[in-house]
Design a binder for this molecule. Structure first.
Ligand code: NAP
Length: 293
């Protein structure tokens, strides 16, 4: 049995891991968010880990407000860099596995081919720089450190693009969505499943490494929005617009498709196409008798 500490457990990924707990009966999970464990506070974090003695730490906590990070870079760095350093160094000291999640936004998007794990990052925004620096902290200390980069995460929980498009689609007659930024949507349940499969390989982890994980396929935000409107049977017109027509504080990569060959080989898995996972998520939202928070 492995004891797994989840930080940031009230977020999309944390809640998606919790939902999968019954499929991993050999694990005991400890779920924490900032109320129980503020990972920015190193002494508290170390004390918590000393007391609960996990075998594995999965860091689902993050500062994810891409545009706001342009003016709140210090706060973003505390959570995305300093706190990661705290967890990673404590995990290394105790020889625990440390699984940390990063983003496709570490790349500048000038490629025309899916990004491999060893392609050189060149983050374009304050958020992206904080996530890239966090990766370095995650990988710096221990042999059992893993960074998983993912992209365009959504789930029935919290705030995300899928829920925003459904909401605005119900309120408005038309929406403008950018069609010149291309990547891959990722259903947090699929990412959670891959991460939990990695935990089952705990005994074989012996070097710090990066994996890329998203759903299969490629889409622009416009393609993604069209699919959301169609699957959710929302009556709203989606207009394609260019990034220049929709200026935002943080620059985003134009192309951020991730190559998943490494993780598929490591876990011996097939990854669902983004459209089939999107359908699964929207059906869950539509046919559930409670509101997802
Ligand atoms: N969302 C995306 O589109 C996306 C894309 C690529 C990569 N990622 C990465 O994927 C991972 C999971 O993302 P997510 O969407 O599940 O994130 P999320 O929904 O924003 O959840 C993050 C959780 O961490 C908590 N948290 C913040 N500061 C904390 C602290 N000091 N101590 C403990 N917990 C703290 C947050 O609490 P509050 O809500 O109270 O702040 C929140 O519950 C992150 O590493 C993220 O960077 C996300």
């Amino acid at each position: 049995m492995s004891k797994i500490l989840i930080t940031g457990a009230n977020g999309q990924l944390g809640k998606s891991i919790k939902k999968l707990e019954p499929d991993f009966p050999a694990h005991k999970f400890i779920y924490t968010d900032i109320q129980e464990l503020d990972i920015v506070n190193k002494p508290d974090t170390e004390q918590f880990i000393n007391f609960h003695k996990p075998d594995i730490i999965i860091n689902c906590a993050a500062y994810n407000q891409v545009d706001k990070a342009e003016e709140e870079s210090e706060i973003a760095r505390k959570i995305n860099v300093d706190a990661v350093s705290n967890l990673s160094s404590i995990a290394a000291k105790k020889n625990l596995a440390f699984i940390h999640v990063s983003t496709d936004y570490v790349f500048d998007g000038r490629s025309f081919l899916p990004y491999n794990e060893n392609d050189k990052p060149n983050p374009l925004s304050s958020y992206a720089v904080s996530k890239f620096d966090g990766e370095k902290e995650a990988l710096k200390y221990g042999k059992k450190s893993i960074v998983i980069r993912t992209s365009w995460l959504y789930s029935p929980y919290g705030h995300n693009f899928v829920k925003t498009i459904i909401k605005y689609g119900n309120e408005r007659n038309s929406l403008n969505v950018v069609n010149d930024q291309v990547g891959t949507p990722t259903y947090a349940a699929d990412l959670a499943h891959a991460i939990l499969l990695i935990t089952e390989k705990n005994d074989t982890l012996n070097k710090p490494q990066i994996f890329h994980f998203s759903n299969e396929g490629i889409a622009s935000w416009y393609d993604f929005a069209i699919a959301i409107i169609k699957i959710s049977e929302t009556d709203c017109l989606v207009n394609p617009v260019g990034t220049s027509e929709y200026p935002l504080p943080a620059q985003r990569p134009y192309y951020s498709v991730l190559n998943k060959k490494k993780i598929k080989g490591f876990l011996n898995i097939n990854i669902p196409h983004w459209l089939s996972s999107l359908e699964e998520c929207i059906n869950l939202i539509k046919h559930s008798d409670h509101e997802f928070k």
